[in-house]
Design a binder for this molecule. Structure first.
Ligand code: ACO
Length: 322
């Protein structure tokens, strides 16, 4: 039996910090409103001369170093992103060039905030079937570039950043399960409605920016994340008390608290970075994981539950022994 295991983590946040106080000068909002409704106090914003592949490269190199691996060891590159540098080639191919790694499979996955969970699910299957031995999986986003900075309902929620993991084949578990779901019936509740497939004109008139029915997204997210927790525990015949750490998608502190309550978990066992990072979409779970690994909270041998929910809607979970 081949198992797959995370052997290194890395992340990157751009230098520029945008606080709630900075946002008060841009839109009709207050620090208090943003903190009370979302838990966010600041977020990082990409520099003008940076793009998604730059953020991805930093996180990838840090993950490689943490795993004690060289770029030449990688035989699969998956980048989860909603904000790719180009229509094509994929950001994964651009990253592959930066890493000077030629020939291995490289592709992007687009599942919005659930992108990293989807990408790990795919990499896990590549490894467990013997198709790859050492995968680089990255979540990287420049959400600030698809925000309408006059829309207070969305621009206060998101931030830019990246996170990465190296996943390797081994004799011991590892990734115990991944569960991936989607329901496209909800496509209109959270969307960037334009896209090149509809012609460039479709991106005009605000359709190139995030639009969201926040209240409705919130309700579905809370219910759905509760269900995926049950599904994951049941599939692995585990009890809630078997989970050492919950590492959730960082969209809103109230959604995170609702999931922790469902798990009967104290917030001390939940990794929360939304206050400092905002919602970085597919980067949020690997960023939170890397923060908790590097500050010593998450230790080898512990059981981690990661979950995410995002546009599509898409949702999913990863259960693993770290
Ligand atoms: N500052 C001040 N007031 C605001 C702001 C703001 N930034 N944004 C909205 N408001 C106002 C609204 O206009 C509204 O005013 P009104 O009552 O006069 O009409 C009032 O605040 C309440 O608005 P609601 O949308 O009902 O506020 P709610 O409590 O639902 O909070 C929020 C909004 C934070 C967006 C919440 O619905 C939410 O977090 N939803 C989840 C969405 C999300 O996280 N999406 C990200 C991707 S999906 C995912 O990752 C889970």
């Amino acid at each position: 039996m081949i198992y797959s295991r995370i052997t290194g983590t890395g992340s990157y946040l751009p230098d520029k910090v945008l606080t709630n106080q900075d946002l008060e000068k841009i839109v009709d909002t207050t620090d208090q409103w943003i903190r009370e409704r979302t838990g966010i106090s600041k977020r990082h914003i990409v520099a003008e001369n940076q793009s998604t592949v730059d953020l991805a490269e930093y996180a990838a190199r840090r993950a490689l170093k943490a795993a004690g691996r060289d770029a030449q060891d990688i035989d699969l590159i998956i980048v989860a992103t909603t904000t790719p540098d180009r229509v094509f080639p994929s950001t994964a191919c651009l990253l592959q060039k930066r890493l000077d790694r030629h020939g291995c499979a490289a592709f992007d996955i687009q599942a919005v905030c659930t992108g990293f969970v989807y990408a790990v699910g795919v990499a896990d299957k590549f490894i467990k079937t013997g198709a790859a031995k050492c995968a680089l999986v990255v979540g990287a986003e420049v959400l600030s570039r698809v925000l309408d900075w006059t829309d207070r309902g969305t621009c206060v929620l998101f931030g830019d950043g990246s996170g990465a993991v190296i996943i390797e084949a081994g004799d011991e578990p590892g990734i115990l399960s991944t569960h991936l779901h989607a329901d496209g019936a909800y496509e209109s509740l959270l969307t960037v409605a334009g896209g090149v497939g509809q012609g460039y004109a479709s991106l005009l008139d605000g359709n190139g920016y995030v639009s969201m029915k926040g209240n409705e997204v919130f309700k579905v997210a809370v219910n759905t994340l509760g269900r995926i927790v049950d599904e994951t525990l049941e599939a692995n015949q585990l009890e809630k008390s078997d989970i050492d750490w919950l590492i959730p998608h960082q969209a809103n502190i109230r959604i995170i608290q609702a999931t922790a309550k469902k798990l009967k978990m104290s917030m001390e066992r939940v990794v929360v970075t939304v206050g400092e990072h905002g919602n970085t979409s597919s980067a949020s779970v690997p960023l939170a994981l890397d923060v908790a690994v590097r500050d010593g909270r998450v230790k080898r041998g512990e059981t981690l539950l990661m979950e995410a929910f995002g546009g599509g809607f898409t949702w999913g979970s990863i259960l693993l022994k770290f």
